[in-house]
Design a protein around this ligand. Structure first.
Ligand SMILES: [Zn+2]
Length: 133
């Protein structure tokens, strides 16, 4: 997916965060995700807004195949922020890319179930072959 992420200050307090469903306060840091043209919507794009924190929460759960913000270049609008906010957002990106590393929840669960399968729970019922002396 060709997602585009833009960070900005919310111009109004009307937009709702897609992550938590609450309104984003005016002037708060807001991340907008633009899906880019979607075929089943006549090539219109869908824009969702998030609180800064909830944008990263949502990306943490995203599948490996979907685009997320792993470096500063992946997030537009950074340069327009106040210096202290730029640092704050930059830190979020660094923390996120460190924990994400291309993994998604689906892959994690696949890995877990594999481990469980290989570990057979049953105690060896059949008595181990007695050694004849
Ligand atoms: Zn939120």
């Amino acid at each position: 997916m060709g997602y585009k992420y833009v960070v900005s200050y919310a111009p109004t307090s009307r937009a709702r965060c897609k992550g938590c469903g609450k309104n984003i306060a005016r002037g708060a840091l807001r991340v907008s995700r633009d899906t880019g043209p979607i075929a089943q919507f006549n090539d219109h794009s869908i824009v969702n807004h998030f609180h800064l924190k909830h944008a990263f929460d949502t990306m943490q759960r995203a599948l490996c195949s979907s685009k997320v913000v792993l470096k500063r270049q992946d997030l537009e609008g950074l340069a327009a922020l106040k210096p202290q906010d730029r640092i704050k957002v930059g830190r979020q990106i660094t923390t996120f890319s460190r924990t994400r590393r291309g993994r998604c929840s689906r892959h994690k669960s696949v890995r877990k179930s594999k481990i469980r399968k290989s570990k057979s729970k049953s105690k060896s019922k059949s008595k181990s072959t007695k050694r004849d002396h």
